[in-house]
Write a protein that binds this ligand. Structure first.
Ligand code: NAP
Ligand code: G4F
Length: 329
């Protein structure tokens, strides 16, 4: 054991699960914030998938409830706090702008306050997002690129980002923002485009479905693997000086290309199966994202390890396996 304790909000999500696995591997005692749900059977599915569910200490709490967060902070006294909890689905943020602002924006301030009031020496990580670049102001985005949010989600993340900078500068807190570009995995939520594609491809291959309905096939993203990206979060908190870092692969690809890789992997043609359905279009789109992670490479020694082709193959294989063994995730 390293003797270190970490508290992760959003531990039941994609990144929370991989980060918990990574920190356990580093000898940490890992604590997670769990919001109460009536569907207790589905909570923790990702932690179970990684076979680490029995090794995490869970605490009831919600990002919108400051007093509960202070209680958890006092009980756990973590050396490191990772704020990964959010309403993270961009499309939903137009339907639920106030909820998104409350959880994704103000929720980050609640946890910053809990740290400041109950455990000010703790190091803090905020899950910032490349979505904040939105209508891109430079063809390749770095820490110096101006932000231009294009969704209620991105606006909420931008508020949380600047509040993290503000707490660092005002209260001398060790608080860092990871500006992470899209990262995916077999544990990605089914509503996000990559997992929707790999699940759809697996269903079509197994004869369970014929068509896959998608929105904007021309949107481009810089897609990496979540397992690689959680290491960068940890590395940021190991630095003497807190700072903000872009985490990206430096390669962009369209939704269409992602589809082609996934269909090709199982020997099918996307043209035979993909249909465009305007219900999946957005009121405002982020057309393209492409990150420059040179600062992370120079200061953290971090670089993406998984190629897009490897990521797609791993996700399709996991979905084929899940569907044939009737696992649900
Ligand atoms: P995710 O799978 O959607 O997980 C979100 C987590 O937040 C879940 O554990 C969820 O709990 C929790 N949560 C939601 N509302 C909450 C509340 N009110 N109180 C407490 N917990 C709450 O997201 P992810 O992909 O792992 O991303 C992790 C973080 O990184 C998010 O903040 C996301 O916005 C940000 N980010 C992600 C990416 C990416 O490409 N994945 C890129 C940049 C930034 P339930 O399980 O109960 O729903
Ligand atoms: O997979 P997406 O829903 O991810 P999006 O909007 O880029 O957001 C993700 O990455 C952000 C980092 O930049 C995170 F902050 C955020 O929390 C989340 O993890 O959509 C990707 C692209 C979009 O341009 C969308 O319009 O795919 C396009 N798309 C095309 N058809 C679709 C679909 N997206 C979804 N979800 N579903 C479709 O059918």
């Amino acid at each position: 054991m390293s003797g270190k304790r970490a508290l992760i909000t959003g531990i039941t999500g994609q990144d929370g699960a991989y980060l918990a696995q990574f920190l356990l591997g580093q000898g940490y005692e890992v604590h997670g914030l769990l919001r109460r749900s009536a569907s207790a059977d589905v909570i923790g599915a990702r932690l179970k998938w990684l076979k680490i569910d029995g090794r995490i200490i869970l605490h009831d709490g919600n990002l919108t409830d400051l007093s509960g967060l202070i209680r958890v902070m006092k009980d756990v006294q973590p050396q490191e706090v990772y704020n990964l909890a959010a309403q993270s689905f961009v499309k939903s943020s137009w339907q639920q702008p106030l909820l998104t602002g409350t959880v994704t924006g103000l929720g980050a301030v609640n946890i910053l306050e809990a740290v400041r009031l109950a455990n000010p020496e703790a190091r803090f990580y905020q899950a910032s997002s490349s979505e904040m670049f939105g209508l891109i102001q430079e063809p390749i985005q770095s820490e110096k690129t101006p932000f231009y949010p294009r969704s209620p989600y991105a606006a909420a993340k931008l508020y949380a980002h600047w509040m993290t900078v503000n707490y660092r500068e005002s209260f001398d807190m060790h608080a860092s923002n990871g500006i992470l570009f899209n990262h995916e995995s077999p544990l990605r939520g089914i509503e996000f485009v990559t997992r929707k594609i790999t699940d759809g491809v697996a269903r079509i291959k197994l004869g369970l479905q014929e068509k896959l309905s998608l929105g904007n096939l021309d949107a481009k993203r810089d897609w990496g693997h979540a397992r690689d990206y959680v290491k960068a979060m940890w590395l940021m908190l190991q630095q003497e000086v807190p700072d903000d870092y872009v985490i990206a692969t430096g390669r962009t690809a369209s939704v269409r290309e992602f589809c082609q890789f996934a269909f090709n992997h199982v020997g099918l043609n996307m043209e035979d199966h993909v249909v465009v359905d305007e219900r999946f279009l957005r009121p405002a789109e982020v057309d393209i994202l492409l990150g420059n992670a040179e600062k992370a490479k120079a200061k953290l020694g971090w670089a993406a390890e998984t190629t897009l082709e490897e990521l797609v193959a791993e996700m399709v294989e996991a979905d084929l396996q899940r569907l044939t063994s009737q696992e649900h995730l």
